[in-house]
Design a protein around this ligand. Sequence first.
Ligand SMILES: Nc1ncnc2c1ncn2[C@@H]1O[C@H](COP(=O)(O)OP(=O)(O)OP(=O)(O)O)[C@@H](O)[C@H]1O
Ligand SMILES: [Mg+2]
Ligand SMILES: [Mg+2]
Length: 469
Amino acid sequence: MTSDPFVLGWEEWAAFPGLGLPAIKAKVDTGARTSALHAVAVEPFGPEASPQVRFIMHPVPDRPDLEITCAAPAVDRREVISSNGESELRWVIRADVRIGGRTWPIEVTLTNRETMQYRMLLGRSAILDDMVVNPGQSCMQGQLSYDLYGDVPRRPPVPRPLRIAILTREPKNYSSLRLKAAAEARGHVAEMINTARVTMAINTLAPAVYYDGRKLPRYDAVIPRIGASMTNYGMAVLRQFEMTGAYILNSASAIGASRDKLYAHQLLARAGIGMPTTAFAHSPKDTRNLIEHVGGAPLVVKLLESTQGRGVVLAETRKAAESVIDAFRGLDANFIVQEFVKEAGGADIRCFVIGGKVVAAMKRQAQAGEFRSNLHRGGEAAPVRITRDERSAAIKAARAMGLAVAGVDLLRSETGPKVLEVNSSPGLEGIEATSKKDVAGLIIEHLETHVRTVSARPARRRPKTSGAS
Ligand SMILES: Nc1ncnc2c1ncn2[C@@H]1O[C@H](COP(=O)(O)OP(=O)(O)OP(=O)(O)O)[C@@H](O)[C@H]1O
Ligand SMILES: [Mg+2]
Ligand SMILES: [Mg+2]
């Protein structure tokens, strides 16, 4: 018994009737195992026994305003190596695909294909045994048209109001209150979530976040304000929010990178950003080498866990340096040794970066007889005009960490700006007071445009599925 084989060209028009997608141009790729579909704002929902995902699809490449909300059963969440070689955790759904006269169920992974020419990739596991691919032909199974979308309502310019969570252990501090007020002033709903009171259900298909035992709703955006005391737990909570599809202002991995002083210095160096020569060693025998590495005394020794300038010590002489290093070693503390930038004169510059721009800057001057300019150590803040090099170093440093919002601290040295550190939860009080700028408002503005472009959500259009949570 022979019948004509079902022939696919190298590209085909497909439809997903169950997803409400009447026409998508797919690239046929027998080199890829799994099929992939463009999706943004991917969000799990439904009962845990039969989890589903919903997502937004822009089926027409040059029509980003045309968006369809789709929902389908979730069958897996798995690590997929994408064409750029990077691995990505993707949701896998099952859906019926229709090509030409045939309809059959396939598994499809969901990923953002915004920058790709085809909204869909048809992999070999979706190509049945009786089908063949003719790489020399296009659209063997006939033509469809994007006109089939008719006049789907266009998405509103900004999804308003946004539901924003401010993740903080200090809901009453200046920065938290300002962010909440700035969000509310723009018509959004902002809730303070105390990191320490969050519990998580870590589950592949139904990630959930609980607060005092109550399941939290889905937030459009989360603003992390994670203090050093909660870095690890705070990052886990953030990752959990990431899995629910919320837009995270500063990602857990970016915060982790900036908090790890060693790793942060490595990232800065790799990005070619000027910084004080820095050395680190593990073994007690290396004290002399460490001192040599940074060019001898005077030098600065810093505890890795230091904040507010507390574990930062200036050793003026080699003898002093040796005893400080030995003392820290005796305490089993992790520390770095750094060249002392004397010409900074006890001042540093804080550049406040939002979305790749320096929106405000201040100079902090240490008290007389003190080299640490931290405001907590009695330093005084004043407005400052930064140079083009300083601006560029600050922007590059935030980018090297992957932070959308960052407080970049740098020293003015004879050889240009030297970045000291990049803070992922920079305080707002000093910078707003000295710059007279509405920095909190600028953060919310950044968030609005990002929620819109990265995880656009439709105006309360819910898929017709039961059991939505
Ligand atoms: N290598 C250096 N040369 C000159 N001054 C330095 C150097 N390193 C640090 N300082 C001064 O000491 C202050 C505190 O150092 P640093 O910012 O590294 O520590 P921190 O404890 O992490 O502070 P923060 O509270 O800003 O996180 C700096 O703001 C700067 O004024
Ligand atoms: Mg610090
Ligand atoms: Mg500092």
